[in-house]
Ligand binder design. Structure first.
Ligand SMILES: [Zn+2]
Length: 332
């Protein structure tokens, strides 16, 4: 970072119907320099979610991550090191992780925003790639708290911050970020076009975004609506699902052509990379339906590698049914 200041937060406050504050917020105090509003929440992080429609979703996740925090708070005495996050990218059951990593490995000196990151900790590995700034965010600041409590963040204090952020109303000035990242997150949003417009706005020219979601895959969708229907209901009851997640799951995933049209209409250059059919379906089935103590047995790396090899072999036949979709765009 040197003498440069950290990426600035932009005040999301509205005065009346039209005028936005857009003042700059101090990270440490959470105070807007223009309107004076104090944006820190009870977790001690800036909370910049003020859209009424985001409240139900935020409440779901605040509750979820607060529970996680209380269950795991004893671990704060033995904080994990950031180095340990690197290994989390090598799960053979998650071939899409290798795709995402490949798209994130050139982030030295870049300003990065992680959106809807929940308590996912593998993104801490990005700190080892010398970014200029890494912003951890989620609708729920309780999620950020979980991460910062669990890991030894202090050595990276100059380049990492956390905040509660609404992805369809990004609290950043135009062109102030180089990379926007969202892992299994965009599909939670009710309005993808509005979201991508915001991402395009906050990216600097030459910047890019990197997302992971599910693609529309006809075979998988047919199975979900027919033979797997009651199994899916059972799994949703067992593990819980957010309102937005359920809506997307039943709609059957993103169609590349629709995303490409939206991105191109904004001026961006879209990219897509699909992976996993068998590895995804078998892995999900094991995670969702078998008791936790059996996961280690059935999710053995060797089995994952076999299924990946099979997916690779079947790719000419199955590509349109690969389920994981890494995607995004570059801003010229
Ligand atoms: Zn303000």
């Amino acid at each position: 970072m040197g003498t440069q200041s950290f990426v600035e937060l932009r005040c999301p406050n509205r005065h009346g119907m039209i005028e936005n504050c857009h003042g700059t917020i101090e990270w440490s105090s959470g105070i807007c320099r223009k309107c004076g509003t104090q944006h820190l929440d009870e977790n001690g992080y800036p909370n910049l979610v003020n859209r009424a429609e985001a409240k139900a979703e935020k409440a779901f996740y605040d509750h979820h991550y607060q529970n996680t925090f209380e269950r795991g708070s004893h671990t704060s005495f033995h904080k994990k090191q950031v180095e340990q996050a690197l290994a989390l990218w090598n799960d053979p059951w998650k071939q899409h992780d290798q795709v995402i990593w490949r798209n994130m490995c050139d982030i030295a000196n870049k300003r990065i925003l992680l959106l809807g990151n929940g308590e996912s900790d593998k993104e801490l590995a990005f700190l080892k790639l010398n970014p200029a700034a890494l912003i951890y965010s989620d609708l729920s600041s309780a999620a950020v708290k979980v991460i910062f409590e669990r890991y030894e963040i202090l050595p990276y204090g100059e380049i990492v911050r956390g905040a509660a952020i609404d992805a369809v109303s990004l609290p950043f000035h135009d062109g102030s970020l180089d990379i926007v990242y969202g892992y299994a997150m965009v599909h939670h949003l009710p309005n993808v076009r509005l979201f991508l417009t915001e991402v395009y706005r906050v990216l600097a020219p030459g910047g890019k975004c990197v997302f992971l979601d599910d693609a529309f895959a006809p075979v998988w969708q047919y199975a979900k609506l027919t033979i797997l229907r009651s199994l899916m209901r059972y799994s949703h009851r067992k593990t819980g699902i957010s309102p937005e997640d359920l809506r997307f799951s039943m709609s059957g995933g993103f169609r590349q052509s629709e995303l490409a049209n939206t991105i191109e209409s904004l001026g961006g250059e879209p990219w897509f990379e699909r992976s996993s059919f068998l590895a995804y379906i078998v892995g999900r089935g094991i995670e969702k339906l078998l008791p936790a103590h059996l996961h280690r047995v059935f999710l053995a790396p060797g089995i994952g590698r076999c299924l990946n090899a099979l997916d690779h072999f079947l790719a000419p036949l199955l590509r349109a049914n690969f389920i994981r979709l890494a995607w995004g765009f570059a801003k010229p």
